[in-house]
Design a protein around this ligand. Sequence first.
Ligand code: AKG
Ligand code: FE2
Length: 282
Amino acid sequence: MPTVIDVPRCSADTSAEEVAALLLAHGAVIFERLAPPELCDAVAAELGPWVDATPVGGDDFSGRNTRRTGGLLTKAPSSAGMVAHPLVLEVVERALWPKKTTFQLHLTQSIAIGPGSPAQLLHRDHWCFDFFPFPREVDVEVSTIWALTEFTEENGATRVVPDSHRTPDDLRYTPEETVAAAMPRGSVVLYLGSTVHGGGANRSDATRIGINVDYVLGWLRQEENQYLTYSLDEVRAMPERLQRLLGYEPGAYALGYVDGGRSPMTILSGQEAAGSQTFAPG
Ligand SMILES: O=C(O)CCC(=O)C(=O)O
Ligand SMILES: [Fe+2]
């Protein structure tokens, strides 16, 4: 039986620097009770009807009794309090490497794992990049899952393999090598794109709901297409920080420009000078 270490834990008064150090050291970290109950209540109330209307997944990886509801920023606007949580963003910024210009949202989704669901296949989220073998010391993605319901060993808390983030990409792990990211409602587990993990089996009689928000370097393609998920008018109504996170700021000097060099941010704000061309972010 292998010795399995637990996911390190910290609280809302731990500094972003310390949290990032734990995340980089062990590949995962749990921030306990970062979202107050009122925020969880608001997100749950806004989200409820959307989850009810969401079909279950069509394959084993998505989960045949799991409902994945995307585009959270308009379906559950309060989720912005999680998506753009300043402490989480600071940790993400510190952890991603090689960080140059910026990072962006990779996806937002609610993951509602229904009773009786088996465990999800263990995987590394950065496999979404067509299984590109990133050098082991490079972290291009940070994933987060907020516990909207309590996460327990029994109800399908995310399973994580601590310290798996620097092992060869093709090294496979067994369920016995995972630990449950059990945590109270309002907590969030952060893990690197290279960290092995998967949704747990739900052996309870209630649905487990997590708010999954992933971040990725600005020069990579987003998993959930943010430009088609929200209309321009919806994006224009959002705070600037969210607009930037959605990918409307250049991903690097010339990444994402419009028409020869205009920044999408100036198009959103309608403040561009006619004929002006700039690659400058914002
Ligand atoms: O729902 C979970 O706990 C994990 C889901 C996950 O890792 C994924 O879908 O990539
Ligand atoms: Fe995953």
